[in-house]
Ligand binder design. Sequence first.
Ligand code: SF4
Length: 342
Amino acid sequence: MSMPVCLTSLTFSELEDYLRKKDEPAFRAKQIYKWVYQQGKNDFLEFTDLPLSLRQELSKEFIINPLELSQTVSSQDGTVKYLFKLSDGYFIETVMIPSGGRKTICLSSQVGCKFHCAFCASGLHGFKRNLTTGEIVSQVLTLKYQFGQEITNLVFMGMGEPLDNLDNVLKAIRILNDERGLAFGARRITISTAGVIPAIKKLKDFNLQINLSLSIHSAVEEKRSQLMPINRRFPLSELVEAAEDYLRAGGRKLTLEYILIRKINDHQYEAEGLASIARRLKAKVNLIAYSPVPSLPFERPKPEEFQHFKQLLEERKVKVTIRQSKGVDIAAACGQLAGKFQ
Ligand code: SF4
């Protein structure tokens, strides 16, 4: 007997194909999408407008939600971190970050990460596997329906490098965006990447209205290679060129992420280099004060140091937004909690 497949891995047309093979009428796909994405139901037997025989068959062949909640941790600032156990025993985390009127969900795309950025907890335990489409989609559904979170934005900024799992991430975005289901606006979805250039080139062709955010973290090639080893394979200069192509092909405005780490990447020449990249790409900079990870030798900048760096950028006519490091008291930096369990 084959293992059940996750229903939230199927696009609408894949679900239609499945039903067609079972000689079910096409409108069943719409009914199922409604139960799963608009009602948040996890049990096929509750899909009362479907014949019982089909509900039983679906229960045998599919699971709806592959995530098992293992732990939630809440921060004083309202950030909540959910630790989920996957069916093969690995752990991932999904974080809800409130800010103003927004509730942003930070999604994981892989178990662990291949890229070993020096400052990041996700890469510490190595790469285990890609998340399936269903495991990505279910993070959103679980937070929305089981935990009642009124989600306004989604960012792929949790564990893993989303462009290293491009097919499953894009499929998940299509499913979340589908009007017959959750209809989550593509413009409220952001993919954050360390700079997987071939995937940025592919992304251009998909013509999705999503936002792309590039992690820079140093404007100096050699230092960026030390902080982000991916820079040896895909150097910053080539990343900037790929980003220009992406914009020329009609991509939406870019954001540059910059995690400021004390005495590592907070020098004036870094601000100058970053400002020139931002001007070239007409991008705003999202500045983040580093959240310390125990066992890593990096420090958070002092508030005045952080302000100074921000001012250096602004003096160079760069628009800067500040992402408050949320959940510092609950180790909300990506991968910290799941890493403890892996
Ligand atoms: S920062 Fe992103 S790309 Fe780098 S190790 Fe962490 S998860 Fe991977």
